[in-house]
Design a protein around this ligand. Structure first.
Ligand SMILES: [Zn+2]
Length: 434
């Protein structure tokens, strides 16, 4: 029979086509009888033993390999043995080449689909994936970012901590939770700590305490994204207050208009949206006022000079009416509570804020599309070690003005920055993260 197996030491002797599975019967090619591995004594034949192993699919069907091996009994020590077949993974009940194929694919498709394709039990695939993750954990290293983003992201049923490289648009690390218990060890064990120059984040205060003692050269910036979002939310809060006073019809109309007004800058409004704004202004002047406060707040960020931006904020604060626009007053409080970190924005590389927003929106997009039903650990591995995304991950985007990341290792070593976020999104959208 033609050797369709191409496995050393065995030959196929028969073939069955069964119910969506191909069974290959194989026999060990027998040579001279070896001697006992325990004591070196002479061996005698002692019947045969047949075991079933899964092998790589043929004709798009799972393959079962039925291998019949001779058994030997030692005359001196009575130990019973079977010849070793090096291509087998006895523990997994599969050929090593199949285990290897599963390793290659297990983070890129669902375990169930892979189980169906290969005939390997789902649990075995899970175990292979676990082993692979342990190995990746130990061997894969990404270059410490010069400009780091730290955010929360809903993944696998909870808020996870995402650490990104904003200069290259890569995911650098993912922590199970954003708490001191997770962040402190992360910063403590971070290699090349001195590389980090900027850390972009939201207003989560405990975070500052967890990194400041570990990153000697890093400055915290609360990104514009999180600050102006509060102004939009404050405007939306006013909208809700007025909604109860409106007729149902008006309510729908105003709600729709307000969405444009909170999300878009005036320059981006279409003519139709502009006239909707006028309608809002005329029917609810108080809402028009709130809108203007939101716009004035946004314009603080348009000011390229830190000192005049600070003055603009002061003027904005002073012009807020007392006892009205409650959420705008809480925005004032927040800005004062984080004053230095919010205004540090003007000292930081100015292009980064767009990168930051892009990065954060990308991650949110990805998290909405990522496969359900996986544990956090698997989702983390599927993201952080996504082969396809890592391939394109080396310094794809260097921002003008941002310091060129100089490899800290020798030049011959490839530097990896982590999975590239746009590729991750693409993978999630095309089902490759399922
Ligand atoms: Zn023996």
């Amino acid at each position: 029979m033609f050797d369709l197996l191409n496995l050393p030491g065995v030959k196929p002797v028969d073939l069955h086509y069964g119910n969506r599975v191909i069974t290959v019967i194989a026999e060990v090619i027998e040579g001279p009888i070896p001697s006992c591995q325990e004591c070196g004594g002479p061996l005698h034949r002692h019947g045969r033993r047949t075991n079933i192993f899964a092998d790589t699919p043929m004709q798009m069907q799972p393959v079962r390999l039925e291998i019949s091996r001779p058994r030997y009994r030692c005359i001196t020590c009575s130990k019973i043995s079977t010849p070793d077949l090096l291509f087998l993974d006895e523990r997994r009940r599969a050929t090593k080449r199949l285990v290897d194929a599963v390793r290659q694919r297990c983070l890129g498709m669902t375990f169930h689909a892979l189980a169906e394709q290969t005939g390997v039990a789902v649990n075995t695939i899970k175990n292979i994936a676990q082993d692979l993750i342990v190995e990746l954990e130990r061997t894969v290293r990404y270059e410490t970012p010069v400009i780091m983003g730290i955010d929360e992201l809903m993944l696998a049923g909870d808020y996870r901590c995402m650490i990104t490289n904003l200069a290259t648009n890569n995911v650098f690390e993912m922590l199970e939770f954003r708490t001191q218990d997770y962040l402190k060890p992360f910063f403590q064990n971070l290699p090349d700590k001195e590389r980090v120059e900027w850390v972009y984040s939201d207003m989560w205060r405990p975070f500052k305490r967890s990194f400041s003692e570990y990153l000697p050269n890093a400055k915290l910036v609360i990104d514009k994204f999180h600050v102006v979002k509060m102004a939009s939310e404050a405007l939306d809060d006013e909208r809700k207050k007025f909604e109860s006073t409106l007729s149902k019809n008006d309510r729908v109309h105003i709600k729709k208009s307000i969405r444009w007004l909170t999300l878009k800058r005036p320059g981006n409004l279409t003519p139709a949206e502009k006239s909707a704004l006028e309608v809002v202004r005329q029917s609810i002047p108080e809402l028009g006022v709130a809108y203007d406060f939101k716009e004035m707040f946004f314009r603080i960020y348009d000011d390229p000079v830190k000192e005049s931006a600070m003055r603009a904020f002061e003027a904005w604060e002073n012009s807020l009416p007392d006892k009205e626009l409650e959420k705008f007053h809480s925005l004032v409080k927040t800005v004062h509570n984080h004053y230095d970190d919010i205004f540090a924005y003007w000292d930081s590389p100015s292009q980064i804020t767009n990168a930051y927003t892009e990065c954060l929106n990308g991650l949110i997009k990805m998290s909405n599309r990522i496969g359900r039903g996986y544990s956090y650990e698997i989702i983390r591995a599927k993201t952080l070690y996504a082969k396809e995304a890592r391939k394109v991950g080396s310094g794809i985007r260097l921002l003008p003005g941002a310091e060129t990341p100089v490899p800290s290792k020798s030049a011959s070593e490839t530097v990896e920055y982590g999975p590239h976020i746009p590729t991750l999104i693409e993978m999630a959208e095309t089902g490759k993260m399922d």
